[in-house]
Design a protein around this ligand. Structure first.
Ligand code: ATP
Ligand code: MG
Length: 138
């Protein structure tokens, strides 16, 4: 069993895509075991994306991620990190495969609707950034 963190980013929430994204998760057997809505401050977004601190897009990305509410979820299942990343599609929506969340809804390389952890270690850091163990269904 593996867990991953999913975020519906501010563009997704603002555009009314929470239901569409959650529906795609459910249809693809990505089991939601925790969920909440929150509005990150700039320092909270900077802490979340600390691994990207040296990247040229860090400033813009953390401004964007603290620009409106997001929905954070924990997904659980076998191989869920890779299965959810497959469903999200490529970071650049122009390269995202047909039927993926980003191919369907993203409008920009930065405003790409969803986030997903990329490895077990990052998943563990990212989940504990937003959820304590009493908030995750078991
Ligand atoms: P995420 O981490 O959000 O699930 P990802 O793993 O596909 O997406 P990363 O390389 O980790 O992509 O980048 C994190 C986020 O930073 C991207 O989702 C996107 O919002 C933004 N980003 C990545 N590359 C660029 C870029 N070249 N220009 C602007 N923003 C970018
Ligand atoms: Mg990433």
């Amino acid at each position: 069993m593996e867990r991953t963190l999913s975020i519906i980013k501010p563009d997704g929430v603002h555009r009314g895509l929470i239901g569409e994204v959650v529906n795609m998760l459910e249809q693809n057997d990505l089991n939601i075991v925790a969920m909440k809505m929150l509005y990150m401050t700039k320092p909270q977004a900077e802490g979340f994306y600390a691994v990207h601190r040296e990247r040229p897009f860090f400033e813009s990305l953390t401004d964007f991620m603290s620009s409106g509410p997001v929905v954070v979820m924990v997904l659980e299942g076998e191989n869920v990190i890779a299965r959810y990343r497959d469903l999200m599609g490529a970071t650049n929506y122009k390269e995202a495969a047909d039927g993926t969340i980003r191919q369907k809804f993203a409008t920009d390389i930065e405003k790409n609707v969803v986030h997903g952890s990329d490895a077990p270690e990052t998943a563990s850091f990212e989940i504990s950034y937003f959820f304590n163990r009493f908030e995750i269904i078991r």
